[in-house]
Design a protein around this ligand. Structure first.
Ligand code: ADP
Length: 474
């Protein structure tokens, strides 16, 4: 069968990225093309994207987009079919997708309502030569798109909402209900009302035909209050239409064969060279395993645990490079670690895609001590590059890494080190285990082989999404 899908999101690789959402939105169209589903991605035309779309044709217009007009421009970027919603009064601003240099945009509720509104209109009415069968909305920024289909007419289109992170819920005060073009009759706890206000994520959750999240474990976790963050009841009520589909990674983009120098599971000389280069670049001399962290520096990611864990690891011979930005206190703590252990710990505060590739290629281990992790991508990049993941057993981390234990080592299946609960003690023990494994070259080589052989591509998950679209549109 197959058909057409309009994917709606606030980020998409290679156009705009702040986190894993962008990787997934950018990889899905290619993965689904092989399954007979043609996907186009609708994004806001942020300032950084407008020049790129200069010559693109206008394929849709919305005259009344909260204080200005919106024009949808169609083009191709790196093989992706992209639709950019050009509405300068909303998106042509300094800064990232959500904030200016001085903080979050105060009108984010409207900025992303506008994206969702146009998405719903395109889904319902179609473009001149293209009518989707499914609208696939991602996270709170697109959460109102299924709601607009539900309350303003769906035109036969089915909707899917994917939760990439339930911690971000898109809250707006109750008085904005009408402004957001949502019906007053739906302002009750079973529909749009959320703790006295409106949440665009909840609006999507109560109106979408299907809900997915990005790993089976997270799909189960968010039914519980510790992980559901206030939405567990909403999800429980919709239980029959909720499923977990694990993210994949773009294996062409994240490939040891494409690293500099290239390497493979059979020949790791290139990896050793990449490690040397990294140590030279960062002025490190590390006798034991070289670990990395590539992450937002936030409480979710368990970054605050590092100062309690890394000193022992360094004393045991290990080293660490941190690439990330976020919470100023955590940035300071990371700088503190580097100052305390010169030659063994280095920190780069900022966002650097090219450096992240070099880190995954050259390091021995990647640390992901998250308190919750819907899927997580960096542990999968680690597997792909033979950079052993050390992860907490939550969400997608639990679904992608097989922790070294007497049983898994005997069976020859381990791909990394896992720990639980998410605290400094368990994390410290995991790092001690990593050191111990690194001193056993045969075992270490086997772990690395297993990791590199573990499938992290989109094949299985793309088939799952295609199967879901098929069932919805049958
Ligand atoms: P999240 O989306 O919660 O931040 P994920 O693990 O799903 O976490 O995705 C994070 C993505 O962002 C990965 O592709 C990771 O490599 C990338 N990333 C995070 N921080 C940085 C950084 N400072 N520089 C480069 N890439 C980064």
């Amino acid at each position: 069968m197959g058909g057409r899908v309009l994917s709606v999101a606030s980020e998409c690789v290679p156009l705009v990225k702040t986190g894993g959402l962008a990787d997934v939105v950018g990889a899905l169209p290619g993965a689904l093309a092989g399954k007979g589903w043609e996907m186009r991605v609708l994004l806001p035309a942020y300032r950084s994207l407008r020049a790129q779309a200069a010559g693109w044709p206008v394929v849709f217009e919305e005259p009344d987009l909260w204080g200005g007009t919106g024009r949808v421009l169609a083009g191709k970027v790196a093989g992706l079919s992209v639709l950019l919603l050009d509405a300068p009064h909303l998106y042509d601003r300094e800064g990232g997708p959500y904030s200016s240099p001085v903080g979050e945009h105060p009108d984010n509720a409207i900025r992303f309502a506008a994206l969702s509104w146009v998405a719903a209109r395109i889904a319902r009415e179609g473009l001149a030569d293209w009518k989707p069968d499914v609208l696939h909305a991602h996270d709170w920024q697109a959460g109102l798109a299924p709601a607009y289909l539900a309350y303003h007419g769906a035109g036969g289109v089915k909707s899917v909402l994917t939760i990439h992170n339930i911690a971000f819920q898109g809250w707006a005060p109750a008085h904005m209900l009408g402004i957001l073009r949502l019906p007053a009759h739906a302002f009750h706890s079973e529909a749009l009302e959320y703790y006295g206000g409106i949440s665009s994520l909840k609006a999507g959750l109560v109106t979408a035909d299907w809900i997915t999240t990005v790993s089976p474990s997270y799909a189960a976790e968010i039914l519980r209050p510790e992980f559901g963050m206030g939405l567990e009841g909403v999800l429980a009520a919709r239980g029959p239409v909720v499923s977990g589909i694990l993210n994949g990674v773009d294996t062409a983009l994240w490939s040891p064969e494409a690293a500099d120098p290239p390497f493979s599971a059979k020949s790791l000389t290139g990896k050793a060279k990449a490690r040397e280069n990294l140590c030279a670049e960062f002025g490190l001399d590390v006798p034991g395993p070289l670990a990395i962290v590539v992450s937002r520096l936030t409480d979710q990611k368990g970054i605050d645990l590092l100062p309690k864990v890394i000193p022992d690891f360094v004393l045991g011979g290990g080293g660490l490079i941190v690439l990330g930005s976020g919470d100023p206190a955590m940035e300071g703590a990371m700088r503190g670690l580097a100052a305390r252990f010169p030659g063994r710990v280095a920190v780069r505060i900022g966002y650097d895609e090219a450096l992240s590739h070099r880190l995954f290629a050259g390091a021995d281990a990647v640390l992901v001590p998250s308190r919750f992790e819907p899927c997580g991508l960096t542990q999968m990049y680690g597997l792909r590059f033979g950079t052993l993941p050390v992860v907490s057993l939550v969400g997608g981390l639990a679904d992608t890494v097989i922790g070294a234990s007497p049983a898994t080592l005997a069976a020859g299946t381990a791909t990394g080190v896992t720990f639980h609960p998410v605290d400094a003690l368990a994390f410290r023990q995991a790092m001690a285990k990593l050191l111990e494994l690194s001193r056993q070259p045969k075992l270490w080589a086997k772990l690395r082989q297993n990791a590199m052989a573990h499938p992290v591509g989109w094949e299985v998950s793309a088939a799952d999404y295609a199967g879901l679209y098929e069932r919805l549109t049958a």
